[in-house]
Design a binder for this molecule. Sequence first.
Ligand code: GTP
Ligand code: MG
Length: 135
Amino acid sequence: SERTLVLVKPDGVSRGLVGEVISRIERKGLSLVALELKHVSKELAEQHYAEHKERPFFGSLVEFITGGPVVAIVVEGVRAVPAFRQLAGGTDPVEKAAPGSIRGDFGTEVQYNLVHGSDSADSAKREIDLWFPNL
Ligand code: GTP
Ligand code: MG
């Protein structure tokens, strides 16, 4: 069993999709270990997305993720990292995320793709330490 960090991004929170996301995590058989509604500082956003800091969309990504509260969740279960990536669907909700996935069912455009999930066990550890330093 392993852990992953899930974020319901500001668009998911403002569209009222927190329950939908949690419900899908639970129905998959994964468990919630920690959960917090959080206003994200610029510093936390920049650290979270550090791997993208040279990308042209970095500024707008940081602005978006700090623009409203997010729900941060530590999820645990068998192969939780790839399991949640499958639930989320591909990054682009229109062309990559399959229908039936969170992004495929509800997403509109690449920046507004509703959820984040750690992309590896190493990323998960780094991100959980960042978002839940007391866990
Ligand atoms: P996360 O789980 O949020 O990390 O998404 P991901 O792993 O599917 O994608 P990636 O890490 O490559 O990109 C991080 C986030 O940056 C994405 O979820 C999008 O919100 C945003 N993003 C990625 N590519 C683009 C892009 O080409 N344009 C814009 N505006 N945003 C992008
Ligand atoms: Mg990513």
